[in-house]
Design a binder for this molecule. Structure first.
Ligand SMILES: N[C@@H](CCC(=O)N[C@@H](CS)C(=O)NCC(=O)O)C(=O)O
Length: 305
Protein backbone atom coordinates (compact mmCIF):
# COMPACT_ATOMS: atom_id res chain seq x y z
CA UNK A 1 0.00 0.00 0.00
CA UNK A 2 3.01 2.28 0.45
CA UNK A 3 3.13 3.37 -3.18
CA UNK A 4 -0.61 3.75 -3.85
CA UNK A 5 -2.13 7.11 -4.64
CA UNK A 6 -4.24 8.05 -1.62
CA UNK A 7 -6.41 11.10 -2.24
CA UNK A 8 -7.84 12.93 0.77
CA UNK A 9 -10.85 14.79 -0.62
CA UNK A 10 -14.62 15.18 -0.54
CA UNK A 11 -16.96 14.67 -3.44
CA UNK A 12 -18.18 18.29 -3.77
CA UNK A 13 -14.63 19.74 -3.85
CA UNK A 14 -13.88 21.33 -7.25
CA UNK A 15 -10.10 21.25 -6.78
CA UNK A 16 -10.36 17.53 -6.01
CA UNK A 17 -12.32 17.03 -9.22
CA UNK A 18 -9.19 18.05 -11.17
CA UNK A 19 -7.19 15.28 -9.52
CA UNK A 20 -9.96 12.70 -9.94
CA UNK A 21 -10.03 13.54 -13.66
CA UNK A 22 -6.24 13.29 -13.90
CA UNK A 23 -6.54 9.73 -12.54
CA UNK A 24 -9.24 9.14 -15.16
CA UNK A 25 -7.14 10.56 -18.00
CA UNK A 26 -4.31 8.20 -17.09
CA UNK A 27 -6.56 5.24 -16.26
CA UNK A 28 -5.10 4.94 -12.77
CA UNK A 29 -6.31 3.13 -9.67
CA UNK A 30 -6.41 5.22 -6.48
CA UNK A 31 -7.64 5.14 -2.91
CA UNK A 32 -10.24 7.66 -1.77
CA UNK A 33 -10.25 9.01 1.78
CA UNK A 34 -13.18 11.28 2.58
CA UNK A 35 -12.29 14.22 4.80
CA UNK A 36 -14.60 16.87 6.34
CA UNK A 37 -15.26 20.07 4.37
CA UNK A 38 -14.82 22.26 7.47
CA UNK A 39 -12.42 22.23 10.40
CA UNK A 40 -11.62 20.30 12.53
CA UNK A 41 -9.87 17.68 10.39
CA UNK A 42 -8.23 15.45 13.00
CA UNK A 43 -7.29 12.75 10.50
CA UNK A 44 -5.77 15.16 7.97
CA UNK A 45 -3.78 17.69 9.98
CA UNK A 46 -1.35 15.12 11.48
CA UNK A 47 -0.30 14.36 7.91
CA UNK A 48 -0.02 17.97 6.78
CA UNK A 49 1.42 19.68 9.84
CA UNK A 50 -1.42 22.22 9.83
CA UNK A 51 -2.25 22.66 6.15
CA UNK A 52 -6.04 22.28 5.99
CA UNK A 53 -7.05 22.64 2.37
CA UNK A 54 -8.44 19.86 0.23
CA UNK A 55 -7.28 17.88 -1.65
CA UNK A 56 -4.13 16.36 -0.22
CA UNK A 57 -2.47 13.35 -1.83
CA UNK A 58 -0.50 10.84 0.18
CA UNK A 59 1.97 8.30 -1.18
CA UNK A 60 3.21 6.34 1.85
CA UNK A 61 4.88 8.90 4.13
CA UNK A 62 5.04 11.60 1.43
CA UNK A 63 2.22 14.13 1.62
CA UNK A 64 1.48 16.40 -1.34
CA UNK A 65 -0.41 19.59 -0.54
CA UNK A 66 -2.17 21.55 -3.33
CA UNK A 67 -3.33 20.29 -6.71
CA UNK A 68 -0.42 21.95 -8.51
CA UNK A 69 2.13 19.64 -6.91
CA UNK A 70 -0.29 16.69 -6.78
CA UNK A 71 -0.77 16.86 -10.56
CA UNK A 72 2.98 17.22 -11.14
CA UNK A 73 3.63 14.10 -9.04
CA UNK A 74 0.93 12.07 -10.80
CA UNK A 75 2.51 13.06 -14.11
CA UNK A 76 5.97 12.05 -12.86
CA UNK A 77 4.86 8.64 -11.61
CA UNK A 78 2.54 7.85 -14.53
CA UNK A 79 3.86 9.79 -17.55
CA UNK A 80 1.61 8.25 -20.21
CA UNK A 81 -0.76 9.48 -21.42
CA UNK A 82 0.72 12.86 -20.56
CA UNK A 83 -1.07 15.75 -18.86
CA UNK A 84 1.06 18.02 -21.08
CA UNK A 85 3.79 20.51 -20.31
CA UNK A 86 4.27 23.94 -18.81
CA UNK A 87 1.46 25.70 -20.65
CA UNK A 88 -0.97 23.35 -18.94
CA UNK A 89 0.34 24.47 -15.56
CA UNK A 90 0.01 28.12 -16.61
CA UNK A 91 -3.59 27.42 -17.61
CA UNK A 92 -4.06 25.65 -14.30
CA UNK A 93 -2.86 28.75 -12.44
CA UNK A 94 -5.35 30.97 -14.27
CA UNK A 95 -8.18 28.48 -13.72
CA UNK A 96 -7.40 28.05 -9.99
CA UNK A 97 -7.13 31.71 -9.19
CA UNK A 98 -8.80 34.13 -11.61
CA UNK A 99 -11.47 31.99 -13.24
CA UNK A 100 -12.22 30.29 -9.90
CA UNK A 101 -12.74 33.58 -8.06
CA UNK A 102 -15.33 34.57 -10.68
CA UNK A 103 -17.06 31.19 -10.26
CA UNK A 104 -17.12 31.50 -6.47
CA UNK A 105 -18.51 35.05 -6.62
CA UNK A 106 -21.40 34.00 -8.86
CA UNK A 107 -22.28 30.88 -6.88
CA UNK A 108 -22.11 32.43 -3.42
CA UNK A 109 -23.77 35.63 -4.63
CA UNK A 110 -26.77 33.48 -5.48
CA UNK A 111 -26.81 30.92 -2.66
CA UNK A 112 -24.85 32.69 0.10
CA UNK A 113 -27.99 33.28 2.15
CA UNK A 114 -28.67 29.53 2.18
CA UNK A 115 -25.21 28.71 3.51
CA UNK A 116 -25.14 27.07 6.98
CA UNK A 117 -23.72 29.20 9.77
CA UNK A 118 -20.97 26.69 10.62
CA UNK A 119 -19.74 26.75 7.01
CA UNK A 120 -19.75 30.57 6.97
CA UNK A 121 -17.71 30.72 10.19
CA UNK A 122 -15.26 28.16 8.81
CA UNK A 123 -14.77 30.02 5.54
CA UNK A 124 -14.30 33.33 7.40
CA UNK A 125 -11.46 31.69 9.32
CA UNK A 126 -10.06 30.23 6.08
CA UNK A 127 -10.07 33.50 4.15
CA UNK A 128 -9.46 35.93 7.01
CA UNK A 129 -12.40 37.95 5.66
CA UNK A 130 -16.05 38.42 6.58
CA UNK A 131 -18.44 36.24 4.55
CA UNK A 132 -20.33 39.30 3.35
CA UNK A 133 -23.50 38.01 1.71
CA UNK A 134 -24.74 41.46 0.61
CA UNK A 135 -21.39 42.33 -1.01
CA UNK A 136 -21.32 38.93 -2.74
CA UNK A 137 -24.84 39.48 -4.07
CA UNK A 138 -23.86 42.88 -5.45
CA UNK A 139 -20.68 41.53 -7.08
CA UNK A 140 -22.30 38.46 -8.65
CA UNK A 141 -24.16 40.23 -11.48
CA UNK A 142 -21.18 42.09 -12.96
CA UNK A 143 -19.05 38.99 -12.44
CA UNK A 144 -21.22 37.06 -14.90
CA UNK A 145 -19.78 39.15 -17.70
CA UNK A 146 -16.26 38.41 -16.51
CA UNK A 147 -17.02 34.70 -16.24
CA UNK A 148 -18.39 34.60 -19.78
CA UNK A 149 -15.33 36.45 -21.07
CA UNK A 150 -13.14 33.68 -19.67
CA UNK A 151 -15.41 30.88 -20.94
CA UNK A 152 -15.26 32.54 -24.36
CA UNK A 153 -11.47 31.97 -24.41
CA UNK A 154 -12.18 28.24 -24.24
CA UNK A 155 -14.70 28.63 -27.07
CA UNK A 156 -12.24 30.64 -29.15
CA UNK A 157 -9.45 28.12 -28.76
CA UNK A 158 -11.67 25.15 -29.66
CA UNK A 159 -12.99 27.11 -32.64
CA UNK A 160 -9.53 28.17 -33.82
CA UNK A 161 -8.16 24.65 -33.98
CA UNK A 162 -11.31 22.62 -34.53
CA UNK A 163 -9.71 20.05 -32.20
CA UNK A 164 -11.65 18.26 -29.47
CA UNK A 165 -9.34 19.40 -26.67
CA UNK A 166 -7.61 22.66 -25.71
CA UNK A 167 -4.22 21.13 -26.41
CA UNK A 168 -5.25 19.51 -29.70
CA UNK A 169 -5.95 15.85 -30.36
CA UNK A 170 -5.53 14.57 -26.79
CA UNK A 171 -6.91 15.68 -23.43
CA UNK A 172 -4.46 17.41 -21.11
CA UNK A 173 -4.18 19.41 -17.90
CA UNK A 174 -5.48 22.55 -19.65
CA UNK A 175 -8.82 20.82 -20.22
CA UNK A 176 -9.08 19.50 -16.68
CA UNK A 177 -8.11 22.82 -15.10
CA UNK A 178 -10.44 25.04 -17.12
CA UNK A 179 -13.26 22.50 -16.81
CA UNK A 180 -13.11 22.60 -13.01
CA UNK A 181 -14.94 25.94 -13.10
CA UNK A 182 -17.75 24.63 -15.27
CA UNK A 183 -18.03 21.57 -13.04
CA UNK A 184 -18.30 23.76 -9.93
CA UNK A 185 -20.89 26.02 -11.57
CA UNK A 186 -22.87 22.98 -12.66
CA UNK A 187 -22.89 21.50 -9.18
CA UNK A 188 -23.20 24.79 -7.23
CA UNK A 189 -25.59 26.84 -9.38
CA UNK A 190 -26.81 24.73 -12.32
CA UNK A 191 -29.53 27.27 -13.21
CA UNK A 192 -26.85 29.83 -14.20
CA UNK A 193 -25.08 27.66 -16.78
CA UNK A 194 -27.48 27.93 -19.75
CA UNK A 195 -27.21 31.74 -19.67
CA UNK A 196 -23.46 31.79 -19.01
CA UNK A 197 -22.76 29.37 -21.86
CA UNK A 198 -25.40 30.66 -24.30
CA UNK A 199 -23.97 30.44 -27.81
CA UNK A 200 -20.74 28.82 -26.59
CA UNK A 201 -21.68 25.52 -28.17
CA UNK A 202 -18.19 24.13 -28.61
CA UNK A 203 -17.55 24.74 -24.92
CA UNK A 204 -20.74 22.92 -23.94
CA UNK A 205 -19.77 19.91 -26.08
CA UNK A 206 -16.21 20.00 -24.69
CA UNK A 207 -17.60 20.10 -21.14
CA UNK A 208 -19.38 16.80 -21.79
CA UNK A 209 -16.18 15.31 -23.26
CA UNK A 210 -14.14 16.26 -20.21
CA UNK A 211 -16.79 14.85 -17.86
CA UNK A 212 -16.65 11.56 -19.80
CA UNK A 213 -12.92 11.17 -18.97
CA UNK A 214 -14.13 9.78 -15.65
CA UNK A 215 -12.21 9.16 -12.45
CA UNK A 216 -10.16 6.02 -13.10
CA UNK A 217 -10.56 3.21 -10.57
CA UNK A 218 -11.57 4.54 -7.15
CA UNK A 219 -11.72 2.42 -4.02
CA UNK A 220 -12.42 3.76 -0.56
CA UNK A 221 -10.01 3.72 2.36
CA UNK A 222 -10.78 4.87 5.90
CA UNK A 223 -8.88 7.83 7.38
CA UNK A 224 -7.46 5.48 10.05
CA UNK A 225 -6.14 3.13 7.36
CA UNK A 226 -4.50 6.05 5.55
CA UNK A 227 -2.77 7.14 8.76
CA UNK A 228 -1.59 3.55 9.26
CA UNK A 229 -0.04 3.62 5.76
CA UNK A 230 1.91 6.77 6.69
CA UNK A 231 3.02 5.23 9.99
CA UNK A 232 4.32 2.08 8.29
CA UNK A 233 6.19 3.93 5.51
CA UNK A 234 9.30 6.07 5.19
CA UNK A 235 9.36 9.07 2.82
CA UNK A 236 10.50 7.81 -0.58
CA UNK A 237 9.90 10.48 -3.24
CA UNK A 238 13.27 11.79 -4.41
CA UNK A 239 13.34 15.51 -5.19
CA UNK A 240 16.47 17.29 -6.41
CA UNK A 241 17.58 20.42 -4.54
CA UNK A 242 18.41 23.38 -6.78
CA UNK A 243 21.54 25.11 -5.41
CA UNK A 244 20.51 28.26 -7.31
CA UNK A 245 17.17 28.40 -5.51
CA UNK A 246 16.33 32.00 -4.54
CA UNK A 247 15.37 30.84 -1.05
CA UNK A 248 19.11 30.54 -0.46
CA UNK A 249 18.72 27.85 2.20
CA UNK A 250 20.61 24.59 2.45
CA UNK A 251 18.91 21.25 3.15
CA UNK A 252 18.17 20.71 6.87
CA UNK A 253 17.53 24.44 7.49
CA UNK A 254 14.38 25.16 9.53
CA UNK A 255 11.75 26.64 7.20
CA UNK A 256 8.12 27.66 7.08
CA UNK A 257 5.80 27.28 4.10
CA UNK A 258 2.37 28.90 3.69
CA UNK A 259 -0.17 29.58 0.95
CA UNK A 260 -0.23 33.21 -0.16
CA UNK A 261 -3.98 33.39 -0.92
CA UNK A 262 -6.23 31.74 1.69
CA UNK A 263 -5.78 28.94 4.21
CA UNK A 264 -2.50 30.64 5.13
CA UNK A 265 -1.57 28.30 7.98
CA UNK A 266 2.19 28.16 8.46
CA UNK A 267 3.70 24.71 8.25
CA UNK A 268 7.24 24.29 9.56
CA UNK A 269 9.90 21.65 9.11
CA UNK A 270 13.44 20.93 7.96
CA UNK A 271 14.18 21.68 4.31
CA UNK A 272 14.64 18.55 2.23
CA UNK A 273 14.81 20.17 -1.21
CA UNK A 274 13.64 23.29 -3.01
CA UNK A 275 13.43 23.75 -6.77
CA UNK A 276 11.24 25.74 -9.15
CA UNK A 277 8.47 23.13 -9.00
CA UNK A 278 8.24 22.37 -5.30
CA UNK A 279 9.55 22.73 -1.80
CA UNK A 280 9.79 19.64 0.37
CA UNK A 281 10.06 19.79 4.15
CA UNK A 282 10.49 17.02 6.72
CA UNK A 283 8.37 16.82 9.84
CA UNK A 284 8.45 14.39 12.70
CA UNK A 285 4.95 13.46 13.88
CA UNK A 286 4.66 11.81 17.29
CA UNK A 287 2.32 9.09 16.07
CA UNK A 288 3.25 8.83 12.38
CA UNK A 289 7.02 9.26 12.43
CA UNK A 290 8.93 11.07 9.67
CA UNK A 291 6.86 12.65 6.91
CA UNK A 292 7.91 14.64 3.85
CA UNK A 293 5.50 17.43 2.90
CA UNK A 294 5.53 18.73 -0.69
CA UNK A 295 4.20 22.19 -1.60
CA UNK A 296 4.26 24.07 -4.91
CA UNK A 297 6.39 27.20 -5.20
CA UNK A 298 3.94 29.28 -7.25
CA UNK A 299 1.33 30.51 -4.79
CA UNK A 300 3.31 29.76 -1.65
CA UNK A 301 5.63 31.79 0.57
CA UNK A 302 8.60 30.07 2.20
CA UNK A 303 11.51 31.23 4.33
CA UNK A 304 13.63 30.58 7.41
CA UNK A 305 11.43 29.50 10.36
N1 LIG B 1 -4.58 25.95 -4.33
C1 LIG B 1 -5.26 24.87 -3.66
C2 LIG B 1 -6.70 25.26 -3.38
C3 LIG B 1 -7.49 24.19 -2.70
C4 LIG B 1 -8.84 24.68 -2.20
O1 LIG B 1 -9.19 25.85 -2.21
N2 LIG B 1 -9.62 23.74 -1.73
C5 LIG B 1 -10.91 24.02 -1.13
C6 LIG B 1 -11.88 22.90 -1.44
S1 LIG B 1 -12.12 22.63 -3.17
C7 LIG B 1 -10.76 24.02 0.37
O2 LIG B 1 -9.79 23.53 0.88
N3 LIG B 1 -11.72 24.58 1.07
C8 LIG B 1 -11.68 24.58 2.50
C9 LIG B 1 -11.93 23.23 3.08
O3 LIG B 1 -12.35 22.32 2.37
O4 LIG B 1 -11.72 23.08 4.29
C10 LIG B 1 -5.14 23.62 -4.53
O5 LIG B 1 -4.91 23.74 -5.74
O6 LIG B 1 -5.23 22.50 -3.99
Amino acid sequence: MGDEFILHHYDTSPFSEKVRLAFGLKGLAWRSVIQPNVMPKPDLVPLTGGYRRIPVMQVGADVLCDTQVILAEIERRAPAPSLGGGLGFATNWWADRLFFQATVAIIFGAIGHLTPEAFIKDREALSGQRFNIEAMKAAAGPMRGQWRAQAAWIEAELGRTGAPWLGGATASLADIAAYMNLWFMKSGLPSALPELLAGLDRTAAWQARVAAIGHGVRTELSPAEALAVARAAEPSIQVAHDPADPLGLAPDAAVFVMADDYGRDRVTGALVAANPERIVIARQDEALGRLHLHFPRAGYAAGPA
